[in-house]
Design a protein around this ligand. Structure first.
Ligand code: ATP
Ligand code: MG
Length: 593
């Protein structure tokens, strides 16, 4: 079975069981500054898991693209990616363990026809705070799983949440497939990292609310949240034991073999896997509007691309100096093109952005060369001056100033990795603090015109997405009393018709005199005590969220008009390119008739 067939089967199966299909949203979380990327299918659902009513109902299903930066160091093994797709089904206060587990089993054994004898499961063992999850174990037994294939593990393995100190949490039950088919009970077991048992699916049961006194009370609304990894499940369906040997990766691996004139075996495997994985993640990130930079998502993208390049270089026969390699011909194009070709039907925005994707990666290759040439003396100096290990702060400085990635510095001498990550975190906090100052309303000019134009940018942002598509993302804006300037991601020039449509939507929303409301939220509190912190660091500052009726909702510092009618009218005066995949619009206020 191919990945495409698996995804279709999964969605169809749960739709038949009364689930509504959710859209596969951008990798960049909307209105969630605590996380850089969507890391699980449940991520866009957090507010609903915490009790908000979902417009599509209580049973939901999706295939969602995810990017996990926390797994970056695992990439190179046979099971972990940065970018991957996750299938999931949810019950928001609706069905519970029995249905969830029975459907998981039915899907695995009846729809995917996996051999029941090769499936093992794990459930929560219980501890002093919360009981053993006998309920789940009993359901598994009733389905015919023998006791020796039901493993009881502690919180460390079989528990989800809460995210901060308090809030929703609960046990989970994970499903593993034995890729060897050897008699059960010999050798290793699930979770021991021996590579025999592939964890393919996880059903999480959010049933407790942890209080600040450390007590676990039963939740009023119990939810089921599941996640199945597409890449891993396809592997077991095809009787293989390596994520890189299915149709999702074989073309890429073949391309890399050709470019490097090496075979996918032995020592080369790890580098080839990293190149394929990272370029896939980079392709999807760029398609969702990220460009390489030294901050936020751009930093992650830069690191992914440069790591892929470093590994490509390491595969060379008699490798030239990295600097010389970078100044010679750009080599990754065939791999990038194959990724786009493979996914373009399912993800049309990839095709739309394909020229930009290739351009961004090739430009990053060049910039890497220029930076390395400039920074090389500093790197050599650092090697000389440091002790046995280069400290993380210094290594980060090399990255920040010259774009020299950790992996390159490490080729000189070992680096304190933890220190490097900490330096990045600090750097991130500083740039966040800057952003939040802006959010807090630090605009220099609060004149009437500026206020009107500020609300207009929100209408414009949403109107652009309505007309051009949801790949549109704001990348900058600047407002003076005379005009607004708005930068966003989009691969091509806007047509006259599109500009008129956008303008007309904005003016309609102005005529409708929609009310503009602001809510202050401490992020941690706003989504029930830090639920979002699961996905990244937590920022204590208050954040303002502005809503224009139900048309637009954005985190922003304001100031804004109290209702859109006050804007009067708007005209788009200019539209132009400002770089690969980026456009700029100028608009001004006009008096309404
Ligand atoms: P693992 O312990 O293997 O890292 P996990 O416990 O982090 O997995 P979950 O967070 O429960 O995984 O995610 C649900 C499913 O998504 C997993 O069962 C697996 O199939 C898939 N998955 C998770 N992380 C990755 C990854 N880095 N690459 C590919 N698939 C993944
Ligand atoms: Mg994990």
């Amino acid at each position: 079975m191919t990945a495409k067939e698996l995804k279709k089967k999964y969605i169809d199966f749960f739709v038949k069981k009364g689930h509504k299909k959710l859209p596969n949203v951008s990798l960049i979380p909307e209105n969630d500054p605590t996380a850089l990327f969507i890391s699980a299918g449940m991520h866009p659902l957090v507010p609903y898991l915490l009790g908000e009513t979902h417009p599509l109902g209580k049973r939901l299903v999706s295939n969602q693209k995810c990017l996990r930066t926390v797994d970056i160091d695992k990439v190179g093994n046979s099971t972990h990616h940065t970018f991957f797709e996750m299938l999931g089904n949810w019950s928001l206060g609706d069905y519970w363990k029995k249905e969830a587990i029975e459907w998981s089993w039915e899907f695995l054994t009846k729809k995917l026809n996996l051999d029941p004898k090769r499936i093992s499961v794990s459930v929560f063992a219980g501890d002093k705070d919360t009981p053993r999850d006998e309920e789940s174990a009993k359901i598994w037994r009733s389905l015919g799983i023998s006791s020796e294939r039901i493993y009881f593990f502690p919180k460390e393995n079989n528990w989800w949440g809460p995210v901060g100190e308090t809030g929703p949490c609960g046990p989970d039950t994970e499903m593993f497939y034995d890729v060897t088919g050897k008699p059960h009970g010999l050798g290793c077991q699930p979770e021991d990292g021996c590579g025999r048992f592939f964890e393919i699916w996880n059903d999480v049961f959010m049933e407790y609310d942890k209080t600040s006194q450390g007590k676990f009370n039963l939740l009023k609304q119990k939810n089921v949240d599941t996640g199945m990894g597409v890449e891993r499940t396809v592997v077991v369906l095809q009787g293989k034991d390596d994520n890189y040997q299915t149709e999702l990766f074989t073309t890429l691996i073949n391309q890399i073999e050709k470019i490097s004139d090496k075979k996918y075996r032995g020592e080369n495997k790890k580098s080839m896997r990293i190149i394929a994985d990272h370029l896939r993640a980079a392709t999807f990130a760029i398609a969702d509007g990220v460009t390489p930079s030294n901050i936020e998502q751009g930093y992650v993208l830069r690191r992914l691309i440069r790591r892929a390049i470093v590994h490509e270089h390491s595969l060379e026969r008699d490798p030239p100096m990295l600097v010389d390699f970078l100044e010679a011909e750009y080599k990754l194009k065939p791999v990038v093109n194959s990724i786009v070709a493979f996914y373009q039907n399912e993800y049309p925005h990839l095709k739309k952005m394909s020229a930009n994707i290739d351009q961004e990666i090739s430009e990053e290759w060049k910039r890497f060369g220029v930076g390395l040439r400039r920074g090389y003396p500093a790197l050599v100096e650092m090697k000389k001056k440091s002790g046995k290990v280069i400290n993380g702060k210094d290594a980060f400085h090399l990255f920040e100033t010259y774009g020299i990635p950790l992996e390159v510095t490490e080729q000189m001498k070992p680096v304190d990795r933890r220190g490097f990550e900490e330096a990045f975190k600090r750097h991130r906090e500083i740039s966040r603090a800057g952003m939040e100052k802006k959010f807090a309303g630090g605009l220099a000019d609060h004149s009437e015109e500026v206020t009107k134009l500020h609300t207009t940018t929100h209408l414009l942002h949403q109107a652009l997405r309505d007309v051009l598509g949801t790949h549109v993302r704001q990348v900058g804006s600047n407002i003076t009393p005379e005009r607004l300037r708005f930068d966003f991601t989009h691969p091509e020039k806007l047509t006259e018709v599109e500009i008129k449509q956008i303008e007309s939507i904005i003016n309609k929303k102005i005529k409708a005199n929609l009310s503009v409301k602001m809510e202050m939220m401490i992020l941690a509190e706003a989504r029930k005590k830090g639920a979002l912190a699961f996905f990244g660091e937590r920022y204590g500052q208050k954040i303002k969220v502005y809503s224009i009726d139900d048309y637009s909702q954005e985190i922003c510092g304001g100031p804004h008009v109290s209702s859109t009618g006050k804007i009067g009218g708007v005209k788009i005066v200019k539209e132009q390119a400002i770089g690969a995949g980026r456009r700029r619009i100028y608009a001004k206020l006009v008096t309404s008739d």
